[in-house]
Design a protein around this ligand. Structure first.
Ligand SMILES: Nc1ncnc2c1ncn2[C@@H]1O[C@H](COP(=O)(O)OP(=O)(O)OP(=O)(O)O)[C@@H](O)[C@H]1O
Ligand SMILES: [Mg+2]
Length: 150
């Protein structure tokens, strides 16, 4: 694996469902190069696609379509993926509370929709959302170093 510094790849695509595949393919290429397992990559692909779909569906509603910028960065302990749009944002604290409260609900109480953030939290090791200008979702997956001391 390459050294951690200078290990950053950025892809910027139109905020359109047709381009989410490009992000998924890029993630696959990068995460396998950086040593993640097939299962870890599959989980990351779902989480990143959810973040991209949110940008496609919610960020640019009613306005002319913008872009999604996805930045992949290898850090000492894992991969950090930022999914950023410049559209209208939302109240993340409130949505996060709703997502957390899903844990205590029966399956039939959960409405369709509103599962994207919950899935990202379940599939990644850390999820942060910045909503100052548009939305930036930062997804982190730690790299398991099998056999090495922590
Ligand atoms: N990039 C974004 N820009 C603007 N609003 C967003 C963005 N991402 C999420 N949201 C808001 O947060 C809500 C919750 O997102 P979440 O992905 O959890 O559910 P959903 O997209 O409504 O449904 P699902 O993902 O289950 O199809 C969205 O309905 C939307 O209001
Ligand atoms: Mg969603």
């Amino acid at each position: 694996m390459k050294p951690v510094e200078n290990n950053c790849v950025t892809v910027k695509v139109p905020a359109d469902a047709e381009y989410v595949d490009i992000i998924r393919l890029t993630l696959y290429g990068i995460a396998s190069k950086w040593g993640f397992s097939y299962e870890e990559i599959e989980d990351m692909k779902v989480a990143v696609a959810e973040a991209c779909n949110n940008a496609v569906l919610h960020a640019y509603e009613g306005t002319s379509k913008g872009h999604i910028e996805v930045k992949f960065e290898m850090q000492e302990d894992g991969i950090r993926i930022s999914v950023k749009d410049e559209g209208s944002s939302f109240d993340y604290e409130h949505k996060e509370e709703e997502a957390t409260s899903l844990h205590n609900k029966d399956l039939n109480e959960i409405n369709a929709g509103g599962l994207g953030i919950f899935m990202m939290q379940a599939l990644m090791d850390d999820v942060k959302v910045h909503t100052e200008e548009g939305t930036e979702v930062i997804l982190t997956k730690f790299l398991q170093r099998n056999g090495e001391l922590a």
